[in-house]
Design a protein around this ligand. Structure first.
Ligand SMILES: *Cc1c(COP(=O)(O)O)cnc(C)c1O
Length: 388
């Protein structure tokens, strides 16, 4: 289905709500039926029919249809956060005694799901360098049941050859999950490469306005049903109708926003790559990326997220530099909204409570190019780089 059809028309039933162009927010916890026949029919198929808003809500249902179509999956669920989506996808497919093989350096709360949460329930895990798919094979054990991918990850942007990983997973009958937040459904579709479940942080590009936390899970009808009737309903990880409506509004402009963000990122990356005070720029769409060819093969674009390493001698210099950048690249977590952002790895130094020594150099900063004029971003670098 074509992108315009999905974003503008799919799932909209305008005649059912006074021909309004924008859909209503169905702000109702429950839905009423007049006959036993109807009520029983809905009770038997709660995943597809409005009965109670923890399950199916009509405003959320519009979003589910559009997101499934964007990812090329049979069905989708929209959840209260991206972390809820990743957790539901994993928890639904493991039991005590199982083992998960996961790409190294996944999103921080995915890491904690395996190391601190599921480990309490007797689920084992291994993290592997996913740049070589054979590393997954080497880590697979007789009790491995699930492979978790995140390509690229969202700080150092290492890729996995998704089709090659799926091939290995299928040999061992593993369920595959891929966190596709970096690419958005526009630039990469792991379902088409054989992945079973695709997850997104809807907070990032999909909502795109830095005002909602949401998650998305795309899979076959059977898998969505399975997750709906267990994790989704028991843990109560539904999105509110109001937030779903905001995500729906954000989604209308997804292609415009992600395209603009990518165009600006490319300009800033080109500027930084020639700057003498820059050690390295990491961006999958740059020829300098060690997996550039793989990115070109399995992605259609890379969006606005990239990292840079600077030739700063000490932490204090990095702190001054980043603070000087802060009027244009706001110091804040997350990404995918309208505003440019930076997450300096220097932040993780001097943080005793984290317990672990930071694995990334203090000279690295992850940037997100928002929707501002890219010339303003470059001018900010030009001035602040004098501090290094
Ligand atoms: C932000 C993020 C998540 C978690 O999403 P939330 O909406 O914040 O819960 C998961 N994976 C990646 C790659 C992310 O960037």
């Amino acid at each position: 289905m074509d992108l315009t059809e999905i974003l503008t028309h799919l799932g909209e039933e305008r005649e059912a709500y006074f021909n309004s162009v924008a859909p209503p927010i169905m702000q109702s916890s429950n839905f009423t039926y007049k006959t036993f026949d109807e009520f029983r029919r809905v009770l038997k198929d709660e995943v597809n029919n409005p009965l109670y808003t923890r399950g199916c809500n009509p405003t959320v249902a519009i979003l589910r249809k559009k997101l499934a179509a964007l990812e090329g999956s049979e069905d989708a669920l929209v959840l209260s956060s991206g972390s809820a989506a990743c957790s539901a996808a994993v928890i639904a497919n493991v039991k005590a005694g199982d083992h998960i093989v996961c790409v190294q350096k996944p999103y921080s709360w995915t890491y904690k799901l395996l190391t601190q949460f599921l480990s309490r329930f007797g689920v084992e895990y291994s993290f592997v360098d996913g740049t070589d798919p054979e590393n997954f094979r080497k880590a697979i054990k007789p009790n491995t049941s699930l492979m978790f991918l995140e390509s690229p990850n969202s700080i150092s942007f290492e890729l996995q050859d998704i089709a090659a990983c799926v091939k290995i997973a299928k040999e061992y009958n593993l369920i595959t999950v891929c966190d596709n937040s970096y690419s958005s459904p526009l630039f990469q579709n792991p379902i088409a490469l054989g992945v079973d479940i695709v997850t997104h942080s809807g907070t990032k590009y999909i909502n795109g306005h830095s005002d909602v936390v949401a998650g998305v899970l795309c899979a076959s009808k059977a898998m969505v049903d399975k997750i709906f009737y267990s994790e989704y309903m028991t843990l109560g990880t539904n999105i509110s109708p109001n937030d779903a409506w905001l995500v729906l509004r954000g989604l209308r402009t997804l292609p415009l926003r992600v395209q603009r963000s990518q165009e600006s990122a490319i300009k800033v990356v080109e500027y930084l790559e020639q700057h003498p005070k820059v050690e390295q720029v990491i961006y999958p769409w740059s020829k300098s990326h060690p997996q550039y060819e793989l990115a070109q093969k399995q992605m259609r674009g890379a969006g606005g997220l990239f990292s840079a390493v600077f030739k700063a001698k000490d932490l204090a210099t990095m702190e001054k530099f980043c603070e000087a950048m802060a009027p244009v690249f706001l110091m804040a977590v997350s990404w995918g909204g309208y505003e440019s952002l930076q997450v300096p790895t220097a932040l993780f130094y001097k943080l005793d409570s984290l317990g672990e020594a930071p694995s990334l150099p203090f000279t690295m900063v992850r940037y997100y190019a928002g929707l501002e004029d890219p010339e303003i971003m470059i001018a900010a670098f030009e001035k602040a780089l004098e501090l290094i």
